[in-house]
Design a protein around this ligand. Structure first.
Ligand code: SF4
Ligand code: SF4
Length: 119
């Protein structure tokens, strides 16, 4: 599949995975992350990981959406696959998506309610 009708989306964000956490200190850090514009955290339940997504353009992307360092681009860029990318394949809705401090607070409330129910 070709890269058409796309704004080079795969060159406009970075993602960092980390283990799923229920630790309040780490959830507080996630509140701080998602307080920033263009930052969200989503769950990938099958792998028991969470993914921090940051919308930020690559500094090597030209105004006409070309890679200016194509021959030496990182392997992860070489592995972008137009068959499975965010644009060309519908991604499953994440079970958890934190886009705001309120989202994290709701998650914490649910977590604490669960703990109280088990007492
Ligand atoms: S791989 Fe997908 S997101 Fe990246 S440029 Fe091609 S169509 Fe766009
Ligand atoms: S290095 Fe090139 S291919 Fe990789 S994200 Fe930047 S512009 Fe896109």
């Amino acid at each position: 599949m070709e890269c058409i009708n796309c704004n080079s989306d795969c060159c406009n964000f970075i993602s960092i995975s980390f283990p799923k956490t229920d630790r309040e200190i780490e959830l507080d850090a996630i509140k701080w992350f998602v307080a920033h514009k263009g930052v969200s955290v989503r769950a990938m339940e099958a792998l028991n990981i969470w993914i921090l997504d940051i919308e930020v353009p690559c500094k090597h992307l030209s105004d006409d959406k070309k890679c200016l360092i194509y021959s030496v681009r990182p392997d992860i860029c070489k592995n972008f696959d137009s068959e499975t990318c965010l644009v060309n394949q519908k991604q499953p809705t994440p079970a958890i998506l934190f886009s705001s401090i309120a989202d994290v607070e709701n998650y914490l409330k649910g977590m604490n309610d669960d703990k109280n129910d088990k007492k």
